[in-house]
Design a protein around this ligand. Sequence first.
Ligand code: DC
Length: 235
Amino acid sequence: MNQPEIMERTDINDMIAIAIDGPSGAGKSTLAKRLARELGYIYVDTGAMYRTIGLYALRNGADLSSERQVSALLPHIHMQLKFLDGEQHMYLNGEDVSLLIRTEAVSMAASAVSAHPPVRAFLLDTQRDMAKNDNVLMDGRDIGTVVLPDAPIKIFLTASAETRARRRYEELIEKGQEVSYEAVLDDINRRDYNDSHRDAAPLKQAEDAVRIDTSGMELEDSFQLLLRTIREKLG
Ligand code: DC
């Protein structure tokens, strides 16, 4: 099977990994991207990898709830991650799909396909290899519990469903997408349910993770709190 490929990485040992997990829309990617830049780490957005598979499954008309149908697509997926100016770009069979994977339809598809164990297995080694080769700040749902259980720094970033829906709604409107707040809240609730009730690597806080709830917090305050927390742990 074609494992996803990582481009332009350096090979050094003794890397430090920071795992940031949490539900959709907790501000993980915005905060993680900024934190990684500040700390000089590579930001790895694992959700983008599930989104890329979700997009491929949608394009191929697969029944997203069918493990058999979705698994049958995996050998046809050649996924590449390229880091261009510190930004992660996703390539699907040679096409840059970095923007295409950001729609609500792909969000739901990613959530659906991520429940299938063969999909998770397809991505696991790549995610682990990335942490072997660089200092990474990796965000997802199961980074602290499954992908990098030995990560020295684990954060579980969360916020109320309403706060997350409001933020996501504003982000989508800003991008020019036509959505209603109610529809976004509904999607968030459905994705939370899917992501935390699946059998394979469900979303849950690792026992040794620091829990940070950003409900009612401004982005800048969340950023400063996370940076302080990570710096204290790094010692
Ligand atoms: O972080 P995100 O919203 O881009 O993730 C999209 C979907 O991918 C999310 O609903 C669940 C899944 N996902 C996962 O199962 N495990 C991860 N480590 C990251 C994302």
